[in-house]
Design a protein around this ligand. Structure first.
Ligand SMILES: [Fe+2]
Ligand SMILES: [Fe+2]
Length: 279
C-alpha cells in the first residue's frame, strides 16, 4: 500500500505552511483513498488543509485516538466539509474529561473532553462506529482497540481525570487508540497522545498483528510527565524494537523529544505542521 501522511494540526509549525495549535491531526493518503486521524482542536484544520492542499471533502473515514478536545475539536468543521462520514472511536470518547492545573499554589480544573454532543455530530453527518477491541477499519488499516497496561514505567498522567457515572476518577484512557497502516516497508503506527503508554501500544500492536517491523512511529507520545528514570526505561525498551523512523509531535514534550533525538539520531524527526512521511 502506497501511503503519504501529512501532519495537518500540531503544536509547532516548521515552515510557512499554516498555523500551530495545541492539537493533533494527520491526513492519510493511500491508493485506496484518504483518511483523517484526529481533527485537532478546531482552530487550524480547515485553514491548514487548504494551505497544504489536502481536500477534507475527500476523506472516507475519520479515526479518533481519544476524546480530548485537542483531537476532537475540529470534528464539526471537518464533517461540514466531508458530508456523511464514518467516525471510528472507542465508546469512552464521549466521557467528561478534566485537567487539574496547579498555578500559583491554586488548583484549577479545566474541561478538556470532547466539546460536542454525539447527537449534534450525528446531525452534521457523523456515523459513529464504536469499538473496544482491535479492529480492521480498511484494507491493511487497523485500530488498536483498548491497550493492556503492562510496563512498570508508563503510568497514567496524575493530572488527568474522567467522569464515569457521576464519579470523578483518575483517567484510565480506555479510549486511547492508535492507527496501524500495514505497508510493504513495515507497519506505520500513528499515535494520538499515547495515553496508554507508547511501549504498551507497540507491544500490543506486535501481538495483535503478529508483525514486528515498524517503518515509522509518529504522533503524540505524552512523555513530559515521566521521571528521567522512567524516560530512560522507555528508551531502553524502544531500542529493542525494529523501527526505522520515529517522528514525535504534539504532547511529547521538548525534553523527551530532545532525548529521543540524541538516542535515535537521523532516524528521529519532529512531526510539525506540514511534515510529510512517505512510504
Ligand atoms: Fe493531545
Ligand atoms: Fe490527550
Amino acid at each position: 500500500m502506497k501511503t503519504r501522511i501529512t501532519i495537518l494540526c500540531e503544536n509547532l509549525v516548521g515552515r510557512l505552511v499554516g498555523s500551530g495549535e495545541h492539537g493533533f491531526s494527520a491526513f492519510i493518503e493511500t491508493d485506496k483513498g484518504n483518511y483523517l486521524f484526529d481533527t485537532g482542536s478546531g482552530h487550524s484544520i480547515v485553514a491548514n488543509s487548504l494551505t497544504l492542499s489536502k481536500d477534507l471533502k475527500s476523506i472516507r473515514k475519520i479515526f479518533l485516538s481519544h476524546g480530548h478536545y485537542d483531537h476532537t475539536g475540529g470534528l464539526p468543521e471537518v464533517i461540514k466539509m466531508s458530508g456523511k462520514v464514518d467516525v471510528h472511536g472507542h465508546p469512552h470518547i464521549f466521557l467528561d474529561r478534566i485537567h487539574v492545573i496547579k498555578e500559583n499554589e491554586k488548583e484549577t480544573e479545566r474541561f478538556i473532553g470532547i466539546p460536542f454532543k454525539k447527537k449534534y455530530l450525528e446531525f452534521l453527518g457523523a456515523n459513529f462506529i464504536l469499538n473496544t477491541d482491535f479492529m480492521e477499519v480498511g484494507k491493511g488499516i487497523f485500530l488498536t482497540g483498548e491497550v493492556p497496561r503492562k510496563t512498570s514505567f508508563e503510568k497514567p498522567d496524575p493530572k488527568l481525570f474522567s467522569e464515569i457515572d457521576g464519579k470523578t476518577t483518575q483517567d484510565l484512557f480506555l479510549d486511547d487508540q492508535s492507527l496501524i497502516l500495514d505497508t510493504d516497508k513495515g507497519m506505520v503506527l500513528i499515535l494520538g497522545c499515547a495515553h496508554s503508554g507508547m511501549i504498551n501500544i507497540i507491544h500490543h500492536v506486535m501481538k495483535r498483528t503478529g508483525k514486528e517491523k515498524f517503518f515509522a512511529i509518529l504522533g503524540g507520545t505524552h512523555l513530559d510527565f515521566l521521571t528521567p528514570e522512567q524516560l530512560e526505561e522507555l528508551i531502553k525498551s524502544l531500542k529493542k524494537i525494529e523501527i526505522e523512523k520515529i517522528g514525535v509531535s504534539h504532547c511529547t514534550g521538548m525534553k523527551a523529544a530532545f532525548r529521543l533525538q540524541q538516542e535515535f539520531g537521523d532516524q528521529f524527526f519532529y512531526g510539525c505542521v506540514g511534515s510529510v512521511l512517505e512510504v
